[in-house]
Design a binder for this molecule. Structure first.
Ligand SMILES: [Zn+2]
Length: 197
C-alpha cells in the first residue's frame, strides 16, 4: 500500500495492525481493488464499489483460529468546496466526521478517531506520536507518500510549499525516532559472535 514500510508495519501493531485506504487512493487512482502483500505474498485483498455519493467496502478477514468474518459496509462520500475552485472529497465516517483516511479492521471500516476510542486503553508511544503527526500533514497533502512532492491540483502553491516542508520535517522526526529505537534494540541484542571481536 505504499505506506507499508518495515518501520510502519511494526508501529501499527500497537493499535491492532490495521490496513487503511485514503480517499486519494480511491478517487484519484480509479482503482477499485486493492491488495497488501508481505514478502511477495498477497495477505489481504479488498474490492470497493465506488458510486458518486458513496462507496461499498467488501472484504473477508480470517482470524488466527481460521474463523472468517465478512465486512460489508457503505461509506458515504462528502464534498466541500475548495478555496480556489473544485471540490474536495472526503469519507464520511459513521461517527459523522469527514476524514481522508479509513482503517480496515476485522469488524468495521472506521476513522482514526473511532478506533482510538476503541483502543484508548493502549498508550501511544512517543514514536507513534511522531508518525501520527506525520500522518496529519500527509492527509492534508492527499494521503499518498509517493506524491508529497506534487502539488494537489486545487492547492495554493504557498500552502503546498509550507505543507511540503512540514511533511519533510515530520518525516525526519519520525524516522529519527525509528532509528533510535532500532539502535536501542541493536544494543540490547548485539549480533551473535561479535562480542569478542
Ligand atoms: Zn469515525
Amino acid at each position: 500500500m505504499g505506506r507499508g514500510t518495515y518501520i510502519r508495519a511494526n508501529r501499527k501493531r500497537n493499535t491492532g495492525d490495521f490496513r487503511s485506504l485514503s480517499i486519494y487512493d480511491l478517487t484519484q487512482t480509479g482503482q477499485s481493488s486493492f491488495s497488501w502483500s508481505r514478502g511477495g505474498t498477497v495477505i489481504a485483498q479488498i474490492s470497493i464499489f465506488v458510486a458518486p455519493e458513496s462507496c461499498v467496502f467488501g472484504y473477508t478477514t480470517t482470524d488466527r483460529l481460521g474463523n472468517k468474518r465478512v465486512v460489508d459496509q457503505t461509506i458515504f462520500i462528502d464534498r466541500t468546496p475548495c478555496h480556489y475552485g473544485g471540490q474536495r472529497k472526503w469519507f464520511l465516517c459513521r461517527c459523522g466526521r469527514r476524514v481522508t483516511r479509513l482503517f480496515l479492521t476485522s469488524a468495521v471500516v472506521a476513522c482514526r478517531h473511532c478506533l482510538n476510542l476503541n483502543y484508548s486503553s493502549q498508550i501511544e508511544s512517543p514514536l507513534d506520536n511522531l508518525w501520527r503527526r506525520r500522518d496529519k500533514v500527509l492527509d492534508k497533502l492527499g494521503g499518498d507518500v509517493n506524491r508529497t512532492h506534487i502539488k494537489p491540483k486545487h492547492m495554493q502553491s504557498r500552502t503546498w510549499a509550507r505543507l511540503h516542508y512540514e511533511y519533510n520535517h515530520a518525516m525526519i522526526q519520525a524516522l529519527g525516532g525509528a532509528i533510535q529505537e532500532i539502535e536501542k534494540a541493536q544494543r540490547l541484542w548485539p549480533a551473535p559472535g561479535r562480542r569478542s571481536s
